[in-house]
Ligand binder design. Structure first.
Ligand code: PHE
Length: 449
C-alpha cells in the first residue's frame, strides 16, 4: 500500500465487501419491479447485455482508479489527471450517494416494518388483496414510515462509526451466503407453484414489440444501481484492495453473483405474481405484496418470513454502509474531519432528506415533479441520472484520459490468460461503447429518441 490506510485483511474480504455493497434491495426489491414494469424478458435480456457491455467495464474503471492510487475519489482523480475537473466530478458523486441513500433507507424502513409485522405474526393468514392493503396502510402512516427510516439510519451510522474493516467485512462474509441459500430455497418453492410456467415465460420469453428506449435506459440504470456503479462507491472500496489481485477476475465474480441474485429474486417473485393474481407492473410495492403471500403457503412460512427479512435487512445494511462510506471518506480524507464529525455531518443531511422521502407517500403525497412524487423522483434520478452519467464518465475518463500503460498494467496484474484476452474488449467498451451510450442517453433526455 502506498499510504497508511487500512486495507482489507484478505482478498476474500475485499470481494465479499464489494458483493455486500452490490447485493441489496437493488436486486431483490428493484430488479423484479423494474422487470415487471418493462415487460419481463426483453428487459432482462437488455439488462444482462448492459451488465456485460457497460456494467463490467465501468466497474473495472472504478477499480483501476481506486486500486492504482489507494486514495478516495478526489485524491485519486487528482493523482491520475492533475489539473482535471476532479472537484466537480466528486461533488456529483457525493450528491448521487446522498440522493441514493435517502430513498434507499426509506425502503430499508419498509423492510424493518415487515420484519416487525412478521415477528408479531401479523403477516400471516391474509388474502392477496389484503397484502396490498397492508402495504398501503403502512405507507399512509407518516409516523411509521419516518420512524423505521430514522431507526435504520441510526443503526447504519452506528456501524459506520466502527470503521471499515470490522464493521463491513464481518457482516457481509457471514450473511451473504445465507441470503443466497434462502433465495434458492424460495426459488424451488416458487417453481412448484401452479402458474410457475406463466411466471417463467414472463421472465424469459423475449418480446421486443412493447419495449421502448426508455426501457433500455431503465435497464442500464438498474444495472448500474445493482452493481453500485457511477457514484465512486467502488473507487473507495477498491482503494483498499491489495496490489496483486486480478481486477477482471474480481469484477467478473461480483457481477456474476449480483446478477444471479437478481435473477433468483425474479424466479421467486414472478411465478407467485401469476399464481396469486398480482400485477407484474405494480411498481415499488410489488415485492412487499408478493413475498408475504409466498411465505404464507410454505410449510413453516412464519419462520422463513422472519429469516428472510432479517437477511434482507443485513444485505441492505451492507449496501447502505458502502453508500455512506463515500461521503465519510471524502470528509475525513479531504476535509480532515474526525470520523465522528463526518458521521454526524453526513448522517444529518441524509436523515433530513430520507424523512422527506418517507413523507412522500403520505403528508407530502401531492408534491410532484415530472409527474413523480419525491421518493420516485429520487429513485429515478439516482440510477438514471447520477449513476448512469457518473459511471459512463468514469469509463470515458479511464479509457481516454488516464495513463494508458497504467490502465493496462492494472487490468493485467494477476490475470489469467482468459482475463488477459479480455483486456482489449474491456478497453473497447470503455473507449467506444461508453461514449456512444452517453450520446444516446443524452438524446433520450432531450426528447430526440
Ligand atoms: N447495489 C446496491 C443494491 O443493489 C445499491 C447501491 C448503489 C449500493 C450504489 C452502493 C452504491 O442494492
Amino acid at each position: 500500500m502506498t499510504n497508511k490506510r487500512a486495507g482489507f485483511a484478505t482478498r476474500m474480504g475485499a470481494i465479499a465487501a464489494s458483493v455486500g455493497s452490490a447485493v441489496g434491495l437493488g436486486n431483490i426489491w428493484r430488479f423484479p419491479y423494474e422487470a415487471g414494469q418493462n415487460g419481463g424478458g426483453a428487459f432482462i435480456l437488455v439488462y444482462i447485455l448492459c451488465v456485460l457491455a457497460l456494467g463490467i467495464p465501468v466497474m473495472l474503471s472504478e477499480f483501476v482508479i481506486g486500486r492504482s492510487t489507494h486514495k478516495s475519489m478526489l485524491g485519486a482523480l487528482r493523482q491520475l489527471n492533475p489539473g482535471g475537473k476532479a472537484r466537480w466530478f466528486t461533488a456529483v458523486c457525493i450528491i448521487g450517494s446522498v440522493v441514493t441513500l435517502s430513498f434507499y433507507s426509506v425502503v430499508c424502513g419498509w423492510v424493518c416494518e415487515y420484519l416487525y409485522l412478521a415477528l408479531s405474526g401479523q403477516l400471516s393468514g391474509h388474502t392477496a388483496e389484503q397484502y396490498g392493503e397492508i402495504f398501503s396502510s403502512f405507507t399512509a402512516s407518516p409516523w411509521r414510515c419516518v420512524g423505521w427510516t430514522v431507526l435504520f439510519l441510526i443503526v447504519n451510522y452506528a456501524v459506520m462509526l466502527r470503521g471499515v474493516q470490522r464493521g463491513i467485512e464481518r457482516l457481509s462474509r457471514v450473511l451473504m451466503p445465507l441470503l443466497f441459500v434462502l433465495l434458492v430455497v424460495f426459488c424451488i418453492n416458487s417453481l412448484l407453484m401452479p402458474k410457475c410456467r406463466e411466471g417463467l415465460a414472463f421472465m424469459f420469453s423475449v418480446d421486443f414489440s412493447h419495449f421502448t428506449f426508455r426501457g433500455a435506459v431503465d435497464a442500464l440504470g438498474q444495472a448500474f444501481m445493482s452493481l453500485s456503479l457511477g457514484i465512486a462507491c467502488l473507487i473507495t472500496y477498491s482503494s483498499y484492495f491489495n496490489d496483486n489481485t486480478s481486477l477482471i477476475h474480481d469484477a467478473g465474480v461480483i457481477a456474476l453473483l449480483d446478477t444471479l441474485v437478481a435473477l433468483l429474486a425474479g424466479v421467486v417473485i414472478f411465478p407467485a405474481v401469476f399464481s396469486y393474481g398480482f400485477q407484474p407492473e405494480a411498481g415499488p410495492k410489488l415485492v412487499f405484496e408478493v413475498l408475504p403471500a409466498i411465505f404464507q403457503q410454505m410449510p413453516g412460512g412464519a419462520v422463513w418470513c422472519v429469516l428472510f427479512f432479517v437477511l434482507l435487512l443485513f444485505a441492505s445494511l451492507t449496501s447502505t454502509i458502502s453508500l455512506s462510506e463515500i461521503s465519510l471518506t471524502h470528509l475525513i480524507e479531504e476535509h480532515s474531519m474526525s470520523r465522528r464529525g463526518a458521521t454526524l455531518c453526513s448522517g444529518t443531511v441524509v436523515t433530513v432528506l430520507a424523512v422527506v422521502c418517507a413523507l412522500s407517500f403520505n403528508v407530502l403525497g401531492d408534491v410532484k415533479a415530472f409527474g413523480m412524487n419525491i421518493f420516485d423522483l429520487l429513485n429515478y434520478a439516482s440510477s438514471n441520472f447520477f449513476m448512469l452519467l457518473g459511471g459512463i464518465f468514469t469509463a470515458v475518463f479511464v479509457g481516454w484520459f488516464a495513463n494508458r500503460a497504467l490502465v493496462r498494467e492494472q487490468l493485467t496484474i494477476g490475470a489469467s490468460p482468459l482475463a488477459r484476452a479480455l483486456v482489449p474488449c474491456v478497453l473497447f467498451c470503455m473507449r467506444y461503447v461508453a461514449p456512444v451510450a452517453i450520446v444516446l442517453i443524452f438524446l433520450h433526455y432531450v426528447g430526440l429518441i
